[in-house]
Design a protein around this ligand. Sequence first.
Ligand code: UDP
Length: 238
Amino acid sequence: MSKPAYKRVLLKLSGEALMGDDPYGINRATIERTVADVAEVAKLGVELAIVIGGGNIFRGVAPGAQGMDRATADYMGMLATVMNALALADAMRHVGVTARVMSAIGIEQVVEPYVRPKALQYLEEGKVVVFAAGTGNPFFTTDTAAALRGSEVSAEIVLKATKVDGVYTADPKKDPNATLYHSISFDEAISKHLQVMDATAFALCRDQKLPIKVFSITKPGALMRVIMGEDEGTLVHV
Ligand code: UDP
């Protein structure tokens, strides 16, 4: 078998990657499928850091949070990511992968705090590190946390796992002629007004020359093909 294309990656999983077709929450079969894909990659010896979202449990800007103070709602969103991180680490334990959850907000009785050297140590030891609570700040997203932590741990690439299989010329749900970009530069994505990640996350990756791969986590074997450097999803490059 050929060698993986990367030694260390940052995988951004949105809350949706745990939700499946349920309206909210964690779907057992879905989390098991996601974790099976992650385990396969971890067992290849690829160092894997994960930023998990929380949209399946709580979204700060969602209708349910209307009327709430935005910062308070965002802290609730960050706590939701801690729940997802715990579920993810536990599901990984079931398949023989050791994971460590590190939180950007202090919640020490539950998970350890994010300490960069410790995270680097875990990655070197071959443990999967799950970064919880986003950036630890309201008004940000877990996409931005992915760009930030990816930069901090010197990941070679940010893998943005979504429900669609990459970046299209137009919304494929609305335009039947929309085609998938296999690769696109940051500058082209900006000039064509393509939404790859939120603006803050995108700008940080661009500044740090950290490429982004957008791919579908629901497509069987897609994560492995991305890791092996095969043509899968969309690569956003410098
Ligand atoms: N959030 C935040 N700061 C962060 C990351 C997340 O305030 O650095 C909050 C925000 O309310 C967000 C929620 O947590 O709506 C869940 O994160 P996100 O929407 O990024 O999750 P995903 O869509 O990836 O599941």
